[in-house]
Ligand binder design. Structure first.
Ligand code: GRG
Length: 335
């Protein structure tokens, strides 16, 4: 795990995540070498491994001292990362993305059909691993894949919709992002055989953190530099995905001005770079960014309160540090 990763406060985490890497490689090995190559592409490209880290840290809340993760916690982490990867493969096909994790996207390299099939293969391998962890984990992971689809379909239904509501936006990010972080924590709790109230508290932490995570991601899309993002700022607006800062600005005094700019874009056409930069300027000038960071902070607070229902442990310290880091990072970027 990279040095800046807050779960690094847990001494055993680096070794645990090295085990996750090895198991990820094993999980995507197929009898067909070509499929193995396509399915390994984004694993080799890196990624923060937040979801396996959360699964392992959640399982570690069962212990008061630092210790290597159990085999089941590592396998749970691999299963949730494989679902995340499968969703990235499919998401990049939908967005016609050319880059992911700083490398060429799978669809750009091998085409949409193979990217979809390799994404399916990743989900299949995730399901197989989850089944090995028991019926409850298998059922939970399957339900979570369904939640990702629901969140994504809701987002697609409101593409280019200048009347997209905050409620609809929050429901979408709950499904497409928060549900998998919630399940990553819950699976850690289940495999560690934690009492139900502890598993529920971890699930609530994961969901709240996931909401904050997506809100932060959506702010960064508007305030970070193109170099940091690996794509121009304002990409979501270009794609017709109107996130909370934009929804808030559309309802403000400069809403009509922004709506007129956005009306120049339509599915398949997009905003031209001048209109995009002007739209970013309008959103940054208003308080939509601050309102969104405040919403992220409120979710992080709910998550930390949920952790407060657990006894102190290295796992709780790691998860809490992750919530602090998320907010510190976006506040610095938006300053
Ligand atoms: C087939 C499971 C499946 C889903 C289909 C495509 C889709 C429905 C859902 C899209 C879900 C999606 C891509 C949500 C965005 C989540 C998100 C914030 C991704 C970025 O996560 P990071 O920052 O990425 O953890 P790394 O690369 O670090 O892992």
């Amino acid at each position: 795990m990279a040095d800046h990763n807050p779960l690094g406060v847990m001494p055993s985490m680096a070794d645990d995540l090295a085990r996750v890497e090895a198991e990820l490689g094993d999980a995507v090995r197929s009898g067909d070498e070509y499929l193995t190559e396509i399915s390994s592409h984004l694993i080799a490209a890196g990624g923060k491994r937040v979801r396996p880290g959360f699964c392992i840290a959640s399982a570690a809340t069962a212990l008061t001292v630092d210790a290597p993760a159990s085999a089941a916690a590592v396998t749970g982490g691999v299963a949730v990362e494989l679902v995340h990867l499968g969703s990235l493969y499919h998401d990049d096909v939908m967005d016609e993305a050319t880059m992911r994790r700083t490398v060429e996207s799978v669809n750009a390299r091998w085409g949409n059909l193979k990217a979809i099939l390799a994404g399916d293969f990743l989900l299949a391998r995730a399901s197989e691993l989850a089944a090995g962890l028991g019926v409850e984990v298998a059922g939970l992971l399957a339900a979570t894949i369904g939640r990702l689809c629901e969140g994504q379909v809701l987002e697609l239904r409101h593409a280019y919709d200048r009347g997209r509501t905050e409620e609809s936006y929050l429901r979408s990010i709950d499904g497409k992002t928060a549900s998998l972080l919630a399940s990553s924590c819950r699976i850690g709790g289940i495999v560690a055989d934690l009492p139900h109230d502890h598993t529920d508290a971890l699930t609530e932490f994961g969901r709240s953190y996931g909401m904050a995570f997506q809100l932060v991601d959506d702010v960064l899309d508007l305030v970070a530099t193109a170099a940091t993002l690996g794509k121009p700022a304002g990409h979501d607006m270009e794609e017709g995905v109107y996130t909370l800062p934009v929804i808030h600005t559309l309802a403000s005094g400069r809403g009509d001005e922004l709506a007129t700019l956005l009306a120049g874009s339509a599915d398949g056409v997009g905003l031209d770079p001048d209109a995009r930069d002007k739209a970013i300027e309008i959103v940054r000038d208003g308080d939509g960014i601050d309102v969104t960071i405040a919403a992220a902070r409120a979710y992080a607070d709910i998550g930390r309160a949920a952790l407060g229902r657990l006894p102190d442990s290295p796992g709780v310290t790691g998860l809490s540090a992750a919530a602090d880091y998320l907010l510190d990072n976006v506040e610095a970027a938006a300053a």
